[in-house]
Design a protein around this ligand. Sequence first.
Ligand SMILES: [Fe+2]
Ligand SMILES: [Fe+2]
Length: 281
Amino acid sequence: MPCIVWTKELETGIPLIDKDHKVLVSILNQVYDAIGNFEERAVLGSALNSLLEYTRYHFAREERLQDVAGYPGLIAHQQRHHELAKQVQDICQRYEADNSTVQGAEVLEFLRSWLVQHIQKHDMGYLAQCLGNEAAYQAAEQILFSPQGTIPQPEKKGLVWSALSVLIVEDNRNFQLIIQTILKSLGVRTISVVSSGAEGLEVLSTRSFDLVLCDWRMDGMDGLEFVERARGAGIASKVIMMSGYSTDDVRQQALQIGVDGFLEKPITARGFLEMAGRVMA
Ligand SMILES: [Fe+2]
Ligand SMILES: [Fe+2]
C-alpha cells in the first residue's frame, strides 16, 4: 500500500518536472515500504540514499528551468530546496551513524508532507513563468544524473545507459524496486527482474544481457552458485554482485568465479554508476 498516491493535483503540466516528481513519489513509497522492517535496514538505507540523490538532481533541474525562464522567485525557491535537501541529508546521516535512531513514524510523518506540500505550495508558483517555455525545458533536460553531481555531463563514450540491458537477480522485493528506480533514473530502458538464481539461469539461457546485478544472499541458490553456473553455461554478461557484508576473502572467491565488481548495500546511484562505468569500460 503506497503512502503517496500520484494524483492530478500533483501535476504541473511540465513533462520533465512531472516525470521527476513521479520518480520522487516512487522513491518515497519505497522508503515507506522499507520502514518498520528491521530485517531490511539496508533497504531503507538504499532508499534514503536514492531519495537524497534524486532530490538534488531534481532540484538542480528545476532551478535551471526557473533560471532560464526568468522566474523572479528563483532565489527563494532555491532556499526552500536547500532546506528540504538538508532535511533528507540529516536523516541519511543519522541513519549512517546509527540506523536505530531513524524512527519509522517520524520519517513517515516528515516524508508524507515533504514532497506533496512542496509541489502543491511552491512548485505551482513558478508555472505561470515556466509552462511552455521550450528553451527552459531544454536547458533543464541537459542536466543529467551523474557521479559528478548535477553538472551537465555528456554520456560517457562507449557506455550509453539507454542502450544497456540489465538483469536483476534479487529475492528482496523492496531492493528490486529500488534498483529499478535507480536504473530508470539513469535512463536504462531494458530491465528484467527475477527473484532467484534458478530463474536467472533460465532467463539467461534464452536472452543475453549486458549486465547482471545479483544479490549475494538469496534463499535456495546463492549469488556465488548462480554466477558459477552461469559462467559454466558460457554466459559472458558482466556481473556485479550486491552484498551487505563482504570480506576480502569473499570478494576474492567471487572474482575467481567470474564476478566483475561489487556493490555494497546500502547501495547508492552514485556507487552503481561508478561501478557499472568501471565494469562496462
Ligand atoms: Fe521545487
Ligand atoms: Fe519540484
